[in-house]
Design a protein around this ligand. Structure first.
Ligand SMILES: [Fe+2]
Ligand SMILES: [Fe+2]
Length: 226
């Protein structure tokens, strides 16, 4: 049997989990046998059936459908109906992430200088939810972009830029996480500066993504033509 890399969202923390699993291809589906012993990825899919699978280095968004003896992974295909659903989902996720950013910013605003220890703790708490959610969102998008590009080749350059931004954001998030995990306490202004740098990058990214993808996905733009 061949193997593929599958990323699921951890059932408890939402953190991305990547596992190599064996599969058999059947038409346009990838059949993965159920694990002999309890496997975390199997439990993850029970909670959220959305996964990203990597085949020959290309990521694909996929939906898991259980069957007797295993899981069938159906790669995303973008048609008019699915395109509108993706557009709606993208806005919902961005809304949640914007709300989480605003909550973290309110936390920063509510702190006085000299309270950096409490601030660190609270921001770290935000990051656990927010950073995991954001990493998963971008991983799923990277998978969905493969199908979106196939349906709308004209979006190629915008998708290339968005993929690059995902990498920049994930590096910035890791830096912020390192700052928060670090032994050395940062003064509030430095922490604030780092946070604003990440937040500004993200807000631009969300705006660019919405402006470029939503019209094509909803079928009311001309951008899908190459
Ligand atoms: Fe994105
Ligand atoms: Fe996004």
């Amino acid at each position: 049997m061949e193997t593929l890399l599958m990323t699921t969202a951890d059932a408890e923390t939402g953190r991305p989990r990547t596992t190599r699993v064996a599969y058999r291809r059947e038409e346009n589906r990838y059949l993965v046998p159920a694990p002999d012993v309890e496997a975390r990825w199997y439990r993850d899919l029970g909670k959220s059936p959305q996964a990203t699978i990597e085949i020959d280095g290309v990521p694909h968004a996929a939906r898991a459908v259980p069957f007797e003896g295993g899981v069938a992974l159906h790669p995303l295909e973008v048609d008019a109906v699915r395109g509108r659903a993706i557009a709606d989902q993208l806005l919902v996720h961005h809304g949640e992430l914007r709300k989480a950013l605003a909550a973290a910013r309110a936390e920063l605003d509510g702190h006085l200088p000299g309270e950096s220890q409490a601030l660190h703790r609270e921001l770290l708490g935000h990051c656990v939810t927010f950073c995991n959610g954001l990493r998963m969102h971008h991983l799923r998008e990277d998978g969905a972009f493969t199908a979106i590009e196939k349906a709308h080749p004209g979006l190629g350059p915008a998708l290339t830029r968005l993929r690059e931004e995902h990498e920049v954001v994930s590096r910035a998030l890791l830096d912020l996480d390192k700052l928060l995990q670090g032994k050395e306490e940062l003064e509030s202004p430095a922490l604030r500066e780092e946070f604003e740098r990440v937040a500004a990058g993200l807000e631009d990214h969300f705006a660019y993504e919405e402006a470029n993808l939503l019209p094509a996905l909803r079928g009311d733009g001309t951008m899908s033509r190459p």
